[in-house]
Write a protein that binds this ligand. Structure first.
Ligand code: SG4
Ligand code: ZN
Length: 276
């Protein structure tokens, strides 16, 4: 429970430039997101495809979509099925369990992805957060650089709606205030939210952090090259529907926009590419 933080880069009291003062970790040397400079990434032939488990199954019961004041998050924890939603990644073939997914977006005029590629920002970014199954609790995982694995996907604007997003987009109007949640009948599976499987072989891998305070440096990042198509009106639904209280007062509501952290210095890290 803490000092409030915000995404307004103009705000010297809570904006991203101030996060390191309220959470020391945010000033670390392995921060996320980053810009991916395609000329500088290193091909790593040992990086095989990410193995997905349970991404093709609609879980029994419901998934809870929530406005947490910083984003829209779908919690998979506590849903019995999430024990069966896993990924296996890396040279060590470590297994990670899906916990939740959430989004970062811009405003009606500007893009809002966190990661950029060759300096290009994308309209929105999806993060699927997973925890290393060799740790018992989330807190224990947060004590290790390989504790969490986040899969990042960028979006591109398509002419047609992406019908796989209809359930989530329709749910947004039920969570327009901070703390609101709605249980969605999960008629979709996680695969439906992603680009087609055949296009997931190319990704970037690097060692980084959570992109919100406390910015813990415990994340093995995988950013996929292939974007997810979504229509402008579906994107606008995020920008126009989701609100949060300005200055944490609860009295005046503002649209949740530009909820992305700008790219952080790469410092001594390397970014690896699974393919050329
Ligand atoms: C968002 O604020 C999520 O809602 C948070 O999840 C998440 O924190 C945070 O982003 C950082 O995650 O993939 N962008 S990120 O690095 O997953 C965690 C919740 O608050 C710890 C559930
Ligand atoms: Zn995120």
């Amino acid at each position: 429970p803490g000092v409030p933080w915000c995404y307004d880069t103009q705000d010297p009291k809570c904006g991203p430039g101030y996060w390191k003062d309220l959470a020391k970790g945010c000033g670390g040397d392995n921060q996320s997101p980053i810009n991916i400079d395609r000329r500088k990434v290193q091909r790593d032939r040992n990086l095989g495809d990410v193995l997905f488990e349970g991404y093709d199954q609609a879980p029994p019961g419901k998934w809870r979509l929530m406005n947490n004041g910083h984003t829209v998050v779908m919690r998979l924890e506590g849903v019995s099925a999430s024990e069966h939603i896993n990924i296996t990644i890396g040279v060590l073939l470590e297994k990670y369990r899906a916990l939740q997914f959430h989004f970062h977006w811009g405003n009606l005029k500007g893009n809002g992805s966190e990661h950029t590629i060759d300096g290009h920002q994308f309209p929105m970014e999806l993060h699927l957060v997973h925890m290393n199954t060799k740790y018992k609790t989330f807190n224990e995982a947060k004590g290790h650089p390989n504790g969490l694995a986040v899969l990042g996907f960028l979006y591109k604007v398509s002419d047609a709606d992406n019908s796989n997003y209809n359930t989530i987009v329709a749910g947004l109007k039920n969570i327009s205030h901070q703390g609101d949640f709605v249980d969605l009948a999960s008629t979709f599976c996680l695969y439906n939210l992603l680009p087609s499987m055949a296009k997931l072989s190319k990704y970037y891998r690097y060692q980084g952090s959570l992109t919100t305070p406390d910015c813990a440096e415990v994340v093995v990042w995988t950013l996929f090259e292939e974007p997810i198509p979504i229509s402008q009106s579906q994107l606008n639904a995020f920008v126009n529907t989701v609100h949060f209280p300005a200055n944490g007062t609860g009295t005046s509501l503002v649209k949740m926009t530009n909820n992305f952290r700008p790219p952080q210095p790469l410092k001594n890290r390397k970014v690896y590419a699974s393919r050329d």
